[in-house]
Design a protein around this ligand. Structure first.
Ligand code: GDG
Length: 732
């Protein structure tokens, strides 16, 4: 049976020893909860580091057995590996850069060496249990290379990757010395998930700028695989927080804590110690609030929980000292005999106390500088079973994209934080309820189970789409069948596109001229008296004449506006007008003048705006703008807009390769029809040819063609095979 393998840096378990016995405490974290329903089932497994160094082999064996009973499989890391791979590369390179704090990054070569080595180690652990058909789901930034490593060993595996922290803009990401390797690693996955659309967009942007892969909308074509990049905003187990909030135990805690806080209005703040969390700015905002609103002195308390983390790293230690200082300073300035404004805890609490605090707090103040999602915000919302309370949320947290009914603030704007607190404290109950209800609905619908299910079904869909593409790729067996039909056919029609089909795409169109090998191939095909060979291209007819005018083949140029039968003269379709050019040409010129690298090509009945040489990004932006402008201008004209690969073509609507192919065939019948093309415009040919025709798309894109080939090289190979097999038959 196919199984699911989850891989993350840490296993979802806390390990302690009691009287020499190993005690395993399942972790309560959001990810562990969500994936609990997956990894505990059947032969599924979760692979990860157990969270502590275990160097003794006997001890390792004992722990492996104990973990195995919970479907957990440990990857043991040495102290040096933890230090360099985890503390080093993960937390001192990736973490700061991905959280837009690139000045904190330390690009040490040894960090990178260990990062590669440990990702390899994880790969070995996966390979030890993976079987054909298994689904592998890799989690987070510590394992960016793992999908790529797995892809090399398991080319057909179904691999998903989800990143829990932000993916930064290209301008930040490009700073990393090993940026291409990281992207190639991630692209080993079939489905790549992020919390927000911006993260996905940044990732795709980095891929197209740094790697030579083609991206269309949210799909990146990596060699033969279509990789999907999607957003899956992670949720929480909302029911757990709701039901826990309703228990007598938690309600009791709420009473007790309420008394301790002397019935003050409570503002709650919970974070792990981290510079990405905006803790100092939050304190400054609170300071400003007390300064601007002295009426709240003795009436409000900030309960601030900071969970210890990485405090051996100098930056974290420094941050901790700064927080201590600022808290002390604010308390000293505002405190009265019976009241102090900040209740600061540098420790973690059990879940029931945390839930009691969520219940008690009138306001939850979540103002990170950057956060992939931020689950605290969602947990607060889920715990507000009476629909009261106000969430103040940073616009830099992924959660702000969903929780739009929060008071959303820029965390750098301490004035805005201060004002948001004042607004929240005076917000009427009806407005609180209205906002909280909407947020609770959102948190309930997009809960963590929904997240897991959506990711897994999307991964399944992506794999199925890849497989159906694969099934239509011409295999040696399918080629044999085609050869059989070809050699036994009496009369054949062969429609071949040129650019991208018979030759590679070239940045300079004029450089994509035919080579001797291609001439030989076309001559060989054409010399078979049973063949009628038609070169059908968007190129200018004078260009086709120059390159192929002497060949014994038929030519259709400019998408069908012109044609020339063997030995005859060029003829154009009657009744076409090009008067529209006078109006459209100046528009294209304006765009060309504004866009370095762009150029206009004029054909008899079309104008083409090329932007292949324009700076990445700018070209697409201008192309969209041009499309919008042109749509307006052509509305009352018989023209068609054809957006292609870095080109926009405007042509008479009567012209199309499909119509041209049909007109060429007239009412003749053929025993074998072949149509090959790579472009959007070739789809018209595929659509009009009879169902038994061999239609072949070059490239890995959705198409009306029956079959696929990877490149112009494979096209030539196939055509050569047809010639050879036919000749071989003749000799027999
Ligand atoms: C990454 C991303 C993204 C906190 N204090 C206590 C405690 N917590 C729990 C909370 C919450 C979790 O820790 C923290 O949630 P975050 O959302 O900040 O997530 P991280 O795991 O730090 O990090 C983040 C997340 O992944 C998920 O994709 O949202 O952006 O950085 O669940 O409840 N739990 C207990 N006591 C505490 O004192 N028991």
């Amino acid at each position: 049976m196919r199984k699911t393998i989850i891989v993350s840096n840490r296993l979802p378990v806390k390990i302690t020893r009691k009287n020499e016995e190993i005690v395993l405490m399942p972790s309560e974290g959001g990810l562990a909860t969500g994936l609990g329903s997956v990894y505990r089932e059947g032969s599924n497994v979760w692979i990860g580091w157990p969270g502590q160094e275990v160097s003794d082999l006997a001890e390792q064996e004992e722990l492996t057995t104990a973990l195995g009973k919970l479907n957990l499989l440990p990857v043991y890391l040495t102290a040096e590996e933890i230090n360099q791979f985890y503390e080093g590369f993960s937390n001192e390179v990736l973490w700061p850069v991905f959280h837009y704090m690139s000045t904190y990054a330390r690009y040490e070569q040894s960090y990178w060496d260990y990062y590669m080595r440990v990702n390899e180690k994880f790969k070995e652990a996966v390979l030890a249990v993976a079987e054909p058909g298994d689904v592998i789901w890799v989690q987070d930034y510590q394992l960016l290379l793992l999908p790529g490593l797995l892809r090399t060993d398991l080319p057909d595996a179904s691999i998903g990757f989800f990143q829990h922290i932000p993916f930064p803009s290209y301008e930040l990401f490009r700073l990393i010395p090993w940026r291409e390797e990281l992207l190639n690693g991630i692209l080993g996955a079939d489905l790549i998930g992020f919390h927000t659309f911006d993260d996905a967009r940044h990732f795709i942007g980095s891929c197209v700028r740094l790697l030579a892969f083609h991206a269309s909308a949210n799909t990146i074509t990596v060699n033969d695989r279509n990789v999907m990049v999607e957003t899956f905003p992670m949720g929480i187990d909302n029911r757990k927080f709701e039901s826990l909030s309703a228990t007598a135990g938690v309600q009791n805690q709420v009473q007790v804590l309420g008394k301790r806080f002397q019935q003050m209005r409570i503002i709650l703040s919970i974070d792990r110690l981290d510079y990405s969390k905006g803790i100092l700015q939050r304190l400054q905002g609170f300071d400003l609030f007390l300064q601007n609103h002295p009426e709240y002195v003795e009436k409000v308390g900030l309960a601030m929980i900071i969970v210890p983390s990485r405090d051996t790293v100098p930056q974290y230690k420094e941050l901790r000292d700064q927080i201590d200082q600022l808290v002390g300073n604010i308390n000293a300035r505002y405190r009265t005999m019976g009241w102090s404004p900040i209740h600061y805890f540098y420790r973690s609490f059990p879940l029931d106390i945390l839930t009691a605090l969520y219940n008690l707090a009138d306001i939850c103040l979540v103002t990170p500088m950057r956060d992939g999602m931020n689950l605290v915000a969602k947990e607060y919302v889920a715990s507000r079973i009476h629909n009261n309370g106000v969430l103040i949320l940073s616009e830099m947290a992924g959660a702000s994209k969903e929780l739009i009914d929060a008071i959303v603030v820029n965390p750098n704007n301490t004035n805005a934080i201060a004002e948001a607190i004042a607004i929240a404290l005076s917000m009427p109950l009806t407005e609180q309820q209205q906002r909280m209800k909407a947020m609770r609905q959102m948190v309930a619908k997009f809960n963590v189970y929904h997240w897991v299910k959506l990711f897994m079904t999307t991964l399944d869909d992506v794999k199925k789409a890849q497989q159906s593409m694969q099934a239509r790729r011409i295999s040696p067996g399918m080629a044999q069948e085609m050869v059989h039909d070809y050699v036994h056919a009496g009369k054949r029609a062969l429609f071949l596109d040129y650019d991208g089909t018979l030759v590679d795409f070239n940045v300079n169109r004029e450089d994509a001229n035919p080579d001797p090998d291609l001439y030989k191939l076309l001559n060989n095909l054409a010399s078979d008296p049973q063949n009628q060979l038609v070169l059908i291209s968007g190129r200018h007819h004078t260009n086709l004449e120059q390159w192929f005018g002497e060949l014994p083949i038929d030519l259709i140029a400019e998408h069908g506006a012109w044609h020339k039968l063997q030995g005859g003269a060029w003829t154009q379709i009657p009744g076409l007008t090009d008067q529209w050019k006078a109006e459209i040409q100046p528009i294209l010129e304006t765009f060309t003048d504004r866009t370095p690298g762009a150029l206009i090509e004029e054909k008899s009945f079309s104008l083409v705006w090329h932007y292949r040489k324009v700076e990445e990004g700018l070209g697409d932006l201008r192309a969209n703008e041009l499309m919008d402008t042109l749509r307006y201008y052509i509305a009352d004209k018989p023209l068609q807009l054809l957006p292609g690969d870095k080109v926009i073509e405007i042509k008479n609507v009567e012209i199309n390769k499909g119509k041209a192919a049909l007109a060429w065939m007239k009412d003749e019948t053929f025993d074998f029809i072949l149509g090959i093309g790579d472009d959007f415009t070739d789809e018209d040919i595929f659509k009009v040819l009879p169902a038994n025709a061999y239609t072949i798309k070059v490239g890995n894109y959705v198409s009306a063609a029956r079959y696929y080939l990877r490149s112009f090289r494979e096209v030539r190979q196939l055509l050569k095979m047809l010639v050879q097999e036919k000749n071989a038959l003749k000799l027999q």
